[in-house]
Every structure is written in C-alpha cells, then in structure tokens.
Design a protein around this ligand. Structure first.
Ligand code: DHB
Ligand code: FE
Length: 290
C-alpha cells in the first residue's frame, strides 16, 4: 500500500532558482534564505520518498489564457524544464510516475473532482525552485532528482481561482487515492507558493509577517478551520500573489489527521522557517511528518 509519510511546504520565488543557478547562495542577501533549508536537505536525504505529489502553480508557461485548467495532474513519464524567457533552468528533467498518477486520476475523478489530465507539459519555477531548495544543486546530466514527481498544477493566476475549502477537500481525496494504490510506495505531498507577496499595482511589495505566521500556526493546528477562509482574505492580507497559499491546503488536507474520520494523529512539526525578504516575497517553509 502507498503511504503519505510527510508534507512539505515552501515558497517558490524564481530569484531563488537564479541565485542557485548563478552560485550566489553564499552572498549576504541570500545566505539567510538558504540557511533555512540546510536542515531540510539533510532531512530529505534521510527521508527520501519514492514519489512526491508536488502541488504548484504554473505562471503562464505550460498554460496561458488559451486554456485555464483549475487542477491539472501531470500523468507523463517525464516533464521538461520550461523556458521562462531566459532559457530553461540548468536542472535535471522531472521524472513522473505514470502508474500512480493514473491511479490518482481514476480515484480522485471518481470522488467527483474534475481534474484535467496532462500527458505532455513543461514545468516552471513553481515546481523546480522547491525541488532545488530541498534537494540542493544538481548536475542536470549526472544527478537526477532523487525521487519521482507527480505535478499537480493549480490555477491561482487567472480568476476565478479555487477556494481554500476546495483545495483542502482535494487533498483529502488525494490521500484516499494514494492509500488505495497497491504498490508499497513512500509518498510525500508538497504544497508550494506564497507566502505574502504582491508583484503588481499600488500595493506591490506588500509583506504581512503577522498574517503569514498566523497562517503557519493555523495550517499546523487548525487546517479545517483555515480552509474556510475566503480567497478575498488572502488577497487583502497576503497580497494578490499571496493567493498561492491556497495550494498549501491541498498538501495539508492529505495528512492522516485531516481524513474524515481521522486515520492518524496530528503530524509532527519537524521544521519551521520564515524569512523576509527574498525578491518580493516572504519565504515560509514547513515540514510535517505523519
Ligand atoms: C516572485 C514571486 C513569485 O511567486 C513569482 O511567481 C514570481 C516572482 C518574486 O518575489 O519576485
Ligand atoms: Fe509564483
């Protein structure tokens, strides 16, 4: 049986990827950001899963205004690295897990979620920056990512976006799907994006430390309550791009204590980190173990 053993949460700032690719991580501006992931990299080496369901958002690279899927599951064997305007990042391709992805699709769609299935897709910084943060620098030719990845792209770019409540329920459905997969697999689910940031308009540069930290507190201790927060609250308090945080509720909803009825105890907080600034963004990071 496949099991969700942990959930990981992290911001996905594109400049973090650039700092790694250009070997600037030791510079004074970046050093405190990466210091927050030293523990996580050691932890992940000791707790390497077989598969990560990686919840992220595409930033008009794989999708555009031509086609706006709310929840798009990557079912391919391999995902290329998107060129976001300055060449693809020099990181390994992302290897999928078509069998588990097909099973999740079957189970989750039968649980009444209308997933879009994507058999060919390139992945952008929303997915590769979390991988780089947690796995460290890798030679694209010789050092593949240490696990397979099932991308789950959520539309948080073009309105209407899904509610936190819907995201949380999707996480619960994914947990049921994973548990009913026959093969013995160690699965993690990662929620990415956020924390507070606004890239545009009169409030560009907005950061809200108090709100971000209250979000982390509630994500840990009161995820079902947090899931009720309307999306306008995210935008008002965490900025227009702070809405990316609804994706964290998918990962949290997939933990055993969120099942109805609960199928396990509340997760252990293995690591928590918060730092401002990184580019225009507050960086938040959590590891919760089942
Ligand atoms: C930044 C953050 C993002 O989430 C993003 O997708 C693009 C840019 C930033 O902080 O610059
Ligand atoms: Fe983003």
């Amino acid at each position: 049986m496949a099991r969700i053993t942990a959930s990981v949460y992290t911001s996905h700032v594109p400049a973090i990827g650039a700092a790694m690719d250009l070997h600037k991580t030791a510079e004074p501006y970046w050093q405190p950001v990466f210091a927050g992931y030293d523990f996580s990299r050691r932890w992940l080496r000791e707790h390497t899963p077989d598969v990560v369901v990686l919840v992220y958002n595409d930033h008009a690279n794989a999708f555009s205004l031509d086609c706006i899927p709310t929840f798009a599951l990557g079912t391919a064997a391999e995902f290329g690295i998107a060129d976001e305007g300055w060449g693809p990042r020099p990181v390994p391709p992302v290897m999928g897990h078509p069998e588990l992805a097909a099973h999740i699709a079957q189970s989750v769609i039968q649980q009444d979620f209308d997933l879009t299935l994507v058999n060919r897709m390139e992945v952008d910084h929303g997915l590769t920056v979390p991988l780089s943060l947690l796995c460290g620098e890798r030679d694209p030719q010789r050092e593949p990512w240490p696990f397979r990845v099932i991308p789950l792209a959520v539309n948080v770019v073009q309105y209407p976006v899904p509610s936190g409540r819907r995201c949380y329920a999707l996480g619960q459905a994914i947990a049921r799907a994973v548990q009913s997969f026959d093969e013995d697999l160690n699965v993690q689910i990662w929620g990415t994006g956020g924390m507070s940031h606004q890239l545009q308009g009169a409030r560009a540069g907005l950061i809200n430390r108090a709100w971000d930290n209250a979000f982390l507190d509630r994500l840990i201790a009161d995820p079902a309550g947090l899931a009720q927060l309307p999306h306008i609250d995210y935008v008002r308090e965490a900025g227009s791009e702070g809405i990316e945080l609804v994706m964290w509720l998918i990962a949290r909803g997939a933990m055993a204590d969120c099942a109805t009825p609960p199928s396990g105890p509340a997760p252990r907080v293995t690591h928590r980190f918060y730092h401002v600034p990184a580019s225009n963004t507050a960086v938040g990071h959590l590891i919760l173990e089942a």
